[in-house]
Design a protein around this ligand. Structure first.
Ligand SMILES: [Fe+2]
Length: 187
């Protein structure tokens, strides 16, 4: 990631070229959730090649911390659901794919309920985040120094989730992000 004038590592930065209408995002989110309601706070938008689209699965993190081994490679989930290709969510995915230095992995809607917090962890790869619903008390936290609130502003943020982090919703309403995982950096 880049560093600022104080030589502090930026854990999250937005992509200046990409910006979407928040009104359109809210409207399309409503339509999407009518067709595919979140289950256990999640909804998949991508699937593996040669597999059919499964909106819901039991996969969580690509790395199994207890067994200390990878469950799968993010790049396996290279196909966007055909039935969702007319949505703004595909437009965002396609725009990011256009110039992302890393190949894209899973695209998902991920919710954190009020007063919930993830365990501290590192992901195998970085993630793009677009906030769809939030409250001022929701944060991505990179101990010990960074505590970042992503607003619902139609922006795409790249988070260095390979660094130790958690996500916390200390507010009173759900936090919902559109999250696109990345694979290994192209060389
Ligand atoms: Fe994470």
């Amino acid at each position: 990631m880049t560093t600022d004038a104080n030589n502090k590592i930026e854990m999250v930065r937005f992509l200046p070229k990409l910006s979407y209408s928040t009104d359109q995002l809210q409207k399309e989110l409503e339509d999407l959730l009518k067709a595919y309601p979140l289950k256990r706070g999640r909804l998949n938008l991508t699937h593996r090649k040669n597999e059919t689209y499964q909106p819901y699965d039991n996969l969580f993190q690509s790395y199994d911390y207890e067994a200390q081994k990878k469950r799968f490679d993010e790049e396996e989930f290279s196909e966007f659901a055909e039935e969702l290709k007319s949505t703004v969510f595909y437009k965002i995915y396609d725009d990011i794919r256009e110039f992302s230095p890393m190949p894209l992995g899973r695209a998902r809607l991920l919710e954190i309920e009020p007063r919930q917090c993830l365990h501290l962890h590192r992901d195998t790869n970085m993630r793009y985040h677009i906030a769809l619903k939030t409250n001022p008390e929701s944060f991505l936290i990179f101990p010990p120094a960074e505590c970042i609130h992503l607003p619902v502003d139609g922006r795409v943020y790249l988070a260095n989730t390979t660094a130790s982090h958690t996500a916390m919703n200390a507010g009173h309403s759900p936090r919902l992000h559109y999250v696109i995982s990345t694979g290994q950096r192209n060389v």
